[in-house]
Write a protein that binds this ligand. Structure first.
Ligand SMILES: CC(C)(COP(=O)(O)OP(=O)(O)OC[C@H]1O[C@@H](n2cnc3c(N)ncnc32)[C@H](O)[C@@H]1OP(=O)(O)O)[C@@H](O)C(=O)NCCC(=O)NCCS
Length: 175
């Protein structure tokens, strides 16, 4: 496995990532706290419209100088993490980790951690004080980010909250 910065023409390889996942528990955020509920979803992948929207967004991030890290096995893209270039937050000192996905057959092998670390290092290098993550509320996703050191966002991004109100909004302090 090799991690490298994705070139624009490699963004299409996202279509080959198997996003499927069985979800058994979901987090809810209420009154400053997280609660877990048992819920079952057989996520078979992105819907065609989600996939197109995600890919368009990845092109946008790339074109405004964001950084896309890809994990490759040979020519196959097996993981991706996208770091936005636009600073957000009242102090304009946070960068969003937009897209962090590992192919179903390659999870739990340390690839998510490696990609996350790359995005973290880059955000630090760009002068960000925090990484902002709008996380899918499934238990696996949120527990992974918590394990990486993320905590509930102390300042919700109104823009990102409007887009994904069901997500769990997290931050990672970089300093
Ligand atoms: C969440 C996801 C990115 C994690 O990537 P991964 O490659 O499976 O994770 P890693 O193997 O790198 O795990 C890194 C560490 O997190 C821990 N971890 C991973 N998943 C975890 C979980 N569900 N609960 C608790 N810890 C977890 C690992 O044990 C490992 O710990 P260690 O390094 O201290 O030993 C991946 O499972 C995924 O793509 N899920 C589906 C898509 C998704 O939810 N994306 C996020 C959208 S916001």
């Amino acid at each position: 496995m090799k991690i490298k910065i994705l070139r624009r023409e490699e963004i299409e390889k996202v279509r080959g990532i198997d996003r499927s996942e069985i979800v058994k528990q979901i987090y809810y955020y209420k009154d400053g706290k997280l609660t877990l509920e048992d819920e079952f979803y057989d996520v078979t992948g992105w819907t065609p419209s989600e996939l197109e929207r995600n890919i368009r967004h990845l092109y946008d991030i790339h074109d405004r100088d964001g950084t896309l890290f890809g994990a490759f096995e040979g020519d196959k893209l097996i993981g991706i993490s996208a770091l936005e270039s636009r600073f957000i937050g009242r102090k304009r000192d946070q960068l969003q980790l937009y897209f962090h996905h590992i192919d179903k057959h390659h999870r739990r092998k340390g690839i998510g951690r490696e990609l996350f670390s790359k995005a973290m290092e880059k955000a630090r290098e760009l002068g960000a004080r925090k990484l902002y993550v709008s996380a899918t509320p499934s238990r696996n996703t949120v527990d992974f980010y918590m394990h990486m050191g993320c905590r509930l966002a102390s300042e919700l991004s109104p823009e990102l909250y409007r887009l994904e109100p069901e997500d769990i909004h997290l931050e990672l302090k970089l300093y």
